[in-house]
Design a protein around this ligand. Structure first.
Ligand code: PMV
Length: 310
């Protein structure tokens, strides 16, 4: 039988991470500079997985990749296909646990590849429902933001209970993404915020509310193309994320360095406590200077993303 192929991009949370877990608005965009391709071939015998984080039989994968194992079993059940005779190869250029959407992207590409192999139509609702099964195991109580932006492949605003809205972006400029090289643990970050909310309810709630308001304002700036004001909102969001304890010394150092080098704004992105930071600027010259400064400050990898392309 034919091979099955499924692809998915990375994602960037521009505004509203963590606040989105509490029903506030977040803004995210697909990150096409990185991605995942899953290829499925027929083999004889039990299902085999080949990927950077696990290579071996699916039945032995419970400890290493519990979410993905569950997702593959549930997707095959949905397609009415027996759980055997497949080799699933996952090829990723998304660094794992850096807030760039690696886990949701793996799930999306795997489901797409299975549907593709068996020539089944896949609508976004079915894809989202299946991917959510794995995300729940990865993240405990995921807002659904990651999977949604990766499935939609467009600039979106997102609210947990109301779902997504496409944003018509008129931004012209450059988004710089820098990887600290440190693993961020989203599950842990999310539960730390939960604990802080119990410990310091008023201050934490205020920060979360403000993060939601900054996302609302950011949507207007994206639509009107006001990069300068958007930058101010991003830097302000970083301060609030710092206040709820999801930044760290490395992220703060990279944010400060980007701002010193003419960035219009900078912040951490995603779960935090490691992972990546982002900055925006309006010229390629500034973008390159910011990248040089970030690398000098210890960033392990950087990307310059042209916002016009979205
Ligand atoms: O998966 P990450 O690290 O990009 O984090 C996603 C954003 C959070 O708001 C921190 C979690 C969530 O479920 O929305």
């Amino acid at each position: 039988m034919k091979s099955g192929i499924g692809q998915a991009t990375g994602k960037i949370v521009l505004m509203g991470e963590h606040a989105v877990v509490y029903g506030k608005k977040a803004v995210a965009l697909p990150f096409f500079s990185v991605g995942i391709k899953t290829t499925i071939n027929d083999i004889e015998g039990p299902i085999r997985i080949e990927s950077a984080c696990y290579t071996g039989l699916l039945k032995d994968a419970q400890k290493a990749i519990p979410g993905l194992k569950y997702l593959i079993e549930k997707t095959l059940e949905h397609l009415n296909i027996p759980t055997k005779n497949l080799e699933i190869m996952i090829d990723s250029s998304i660094p794992a646990q850096r807030g760039l959407g690696s886990s949701a992207s793996v799930s999306v590409s795997v489901v797409r590849s299975l549907f593709n192999k068996y020539d089944q139509e896949l609508d976004n609702k079915t894809l989202s429902d299946l991917v959510f099964l794995a995300e729940t195991i990865h993240h405990n109580n995921p807002s659904g933001l990651d999977a949604t932006v990766i499935i939609e492949e467009s600039f979106i605003s997102f609210e947990k209970d109301k779902g997504l809205k496409h944003i018509d972006s008129n931004l012209k400029g450059y988004l710089i993404v820098a990887d600290t090289g440190m693993f961020g643990n989203t599950k842990e970050s999310v539960s730390n915020v939960q604990e802080r909310l119990k410990r310091e309810p008023e201050k934490t709630k205020e920060a979360i509310d403000n993060l939601g308001k900054l996302s609302e304002e950011a949507i207007h700036d994206i639509e009107s193309g006001n990069l300068e004001h958007l930058g101010k909102l991003m830097t302000s969001a970083h301060d609030k994320l710092k206040n709820i304890g999801v930044s760290n010394e490395t992220l703060d150092r990279l944010v400060t360095s980007a701002l010193k080098n003419n960035a219009l704004g900078a912040k951490l992105t995603g779960g935090g406590n490691g992972g990546c930071m982002i900055a925006i600027t309006d010229t390629m010259v500034d973008a390159k200077n910011i990248v040089d400064a970030l690398l000098e400050q210890g960033a392990k990898h950087t990307w310059i993303y042209h916002l016009k392309e979205l």
